[in-house]
Design a protein around this ligand. Sequence first.
Ligand code: DGJ
Length: 736
Amino acid sequence: MRRAICFLFLLLLSGSLLGQAVRYDEGRKIWLLSMGASSYAMGVDANNHLRHIYWGSHLWRTEDLTPPRPLRDGSSFDPKEMFENEEYAGWGGPRFYDAALKLVRADGNRDLVLQYASHSVSGNELHIRLKDIRDDINVTLHYRVYPSEGVLRRHSTIENNTRAPITVESAQSATWHLPAGEGYKLRYLTGRWAAETQLVEEPVHVGTKVLESRKGHTSHGINPWFSLDDGAAGEESGRVWFGALAWSGNWRITVEQTQYQQVRVTGGYNSFDFAYSLAPGETLETPAFFAGFTAGGYGAASRTLHRFERSQIFPGGLNARPRPVLYNSWEATTFNVDEPGQKALADKAASLGVELFVMDDGWFGERNHDRAGLGDWTVNPKKFPQGLKGLIDHVNAKGMEFGLWVEPEMVNADSDLYRAHPDWVIHFPDRPRSELRNQMVLNMARDDVREHIFKVLDKLATENNVRYFKWDMNRAVSEPGWPGEPLPEQRELWVKYVRNVYEIIDRLRAKHPTLEIESCSGGGGRVDLGILARSDVVWPSDNTEAFDRLRIQEGFTQAYAPQVMSAWVTDVPNMNRRSVPLKFRFLVAMQGALGIGANLNEWKEEDFTLARQMISLYKRIRPTVQQGALYRLMSPRHGEITANQYVAEDGKQAVLFVTRHAQQYNLPTPAIRLRGLDEKAVYKMEMLDGPPAMGRQQPQAPVSREVSGAYLMSQGLNVFLRGDYDSTAVMLERVR
Ligand code: DGJ
């Protein structure tokens, strides 16, 4: 009872301190948005321009904010409009920068000057309507505050209420302004096929840095996530502004420092080859752009995003079931799948404790290699004489669910589908149709193609006990023609393609509520918050080499939660011709959603024994890893040791993974200081490899196997790792 009263009191106190999520000071025309520990504010100036005024730690008084002041031109070359930090500028007037919206009217007039017109608040949402100074061209800026998660969502709706058509040439979701200054540091995720989500850092200087995809999918090359800090941030401290764009097609995020010390980030549809026509009365919605601020460093930024994604983005929300341990056939059998072979693998997988068996490529049409069959989604009767039923029943009888690989957006020239509908692929008439991996891209923007694909997948899910589709996409979009469609609507392909992919998944999920989706695009080519709103897990990379994965996973978890980070244990030698021990491979894969992708027919008995042990351990710590808070303690980019710690949501369990990549000069493993524990609590430690070797390499190691949070966080934990690719894990259970 006392605890309940206390809780109520704290709730009231925090309510009165934190105030409402959206507040409006009518007299001074200021909005203050409160996302828990951070705030964001904007106001209307005397010219009715909507201007950004604040983004940082939590503010509880609107009175502290100054309404946007009238500015003067700096010179005839530097008009005041350049200093104004408009929330969402139209390209018009003397604005010599990439504005958030650029359009052309039917008569060729391209000037657009947006002014505040009205606003409405409903709950945690604010909608601000802007209007052109002359025409009935409106933009609604949507803000949604997530106070418990510390995130702000923004996007815009562009509306043509004039009597003539307009063509939008650039449509951004939002511009985010940071406090003016210099010395910012930008972090982003770059890479390529088999080397995705590589974390890079660089100073921000005057000029514009463009992060983008022009490939029709999110891309392996750059992921739509950024973080900026004031130059002094680290993993666990410092001011960090971060954001992620929810779009799986051509996207762009620009990070800009102006000559006037403004720092801003603008993101939305990539304006490269972009055009979108709006007839009178039509609207265009831009993708959601999520962002947040923390004073707790990069670690807190990613924990904020992880928690937000779990509660607001991923299907199933916080109640989503933990990801099952998966087996995938690809690296074992490639295209050589058949019923007896898959059953044999399924038996072995089941004996390990695998819960979901996924048959990858090769099961349909004439798909005996990557030159034929894509598009023909009927079971190959030579490989599966009983259809899929024989295999699925077998898998189910072994207590596992069944998943199936599909690549719905693609077609091989050697396929019945292409022979029947050569016009369905994206192409320009009388021009070559590039084949990459021997395949072409179906024009998913077309309604007939969308309906065909929906029907195919719906049939597969209806007729078979398929719990899971691994939805792959193995090439990017080129020669983006849409014959038959009038110009400039042809260019709408970039947007409509993605919308239709989303629509198919949404409809499938609605019709088959237990169906799960893995998003894959030749590895991590389609990982973003748009696809993650309709996928349960993603395939971060075709590179399953465990040491390389450490850096891929470090980058991945900057933006995305471990719950959706599929990670397989595969065979060695792997990429780079590197061979690391099976235990190391397991301990790396157990830091995400564990899967096995090895050829189990080649495994020795001792491999099975170790795998059983590791999978059963994983099931004990799975909620902590998938749904807990991640602390990256030692980075694979620095030094020889990587250490990552996960703390359960309720604080009762924590797990530490430590991997050593190289042993040099016989140096011991340094003490690893844990984080996120309760200083006052006592934890029982369980070392994966038995108690540490006391007195040898860790003179200060605790003698007891019960240790306080205070000790673990300040003195740290010594683990004994010896030799290249040694690894271990430590489990901590809170005992009091
Ligand atoms: C690319 C994926 O990333 C692999 O995991 C596998 O599914 C192949 N495609 C199959 O063609």
